[in-house]
Write a new protein. Structure first.
Length: 112
């Protein structure tokens, strides 16, 4: 069964796309946890960070650099947070690696 992100990539489910390139897609989160909450995910299915391999390194680096570029486009010059959940105890809800980009408000630490 395809993940929600695979279905968004296939255009089976609509999404508010912020960025798309050959390697990844960035969309607005439908349940935002900050005024700006974007999710970036690779087009290649990598279930979670702990299952990434050395061959995935270019995609992982691309996700982080793209997140920084999207943050700039969205006016997050005062700061932003990047979150990657891994596994059920890490808050993972979709078994498809994704990066949360959060900003436009003061974010507390620890995050919860």
């Amino acid at each position: 069964m395809a993940t929600i992100f695979e279905r968004i990539i296939a255009r089976e489910i609509p999404a508010r796309i912020v960025h798309e390139d050959d390697l990844c897609l960035a969309i607005h989160d439908i349940q935002p946890q900050a005024p700006v909450h974007v999710i970036l995910f690779p087009k290649k299915l990598i279930p979670r960070l702990a299952e990434a391999t050395a061959a995935d390194q270019p995609v992982l680096g691309h996700l982080l650099l793209t997140a920084a570029a999207v943050a700039g486009q969205l006016g997050l010059a005062q700061g932003f947070r990047i979150v990657i959940n891994n596994g059920p105890h890490g808050g993972e809800s979709v078994p498809h690696l994704h990066v949360h980009l959060l900003g436009q408000r003061q974010l507390a630490w620890p995050p919860g």
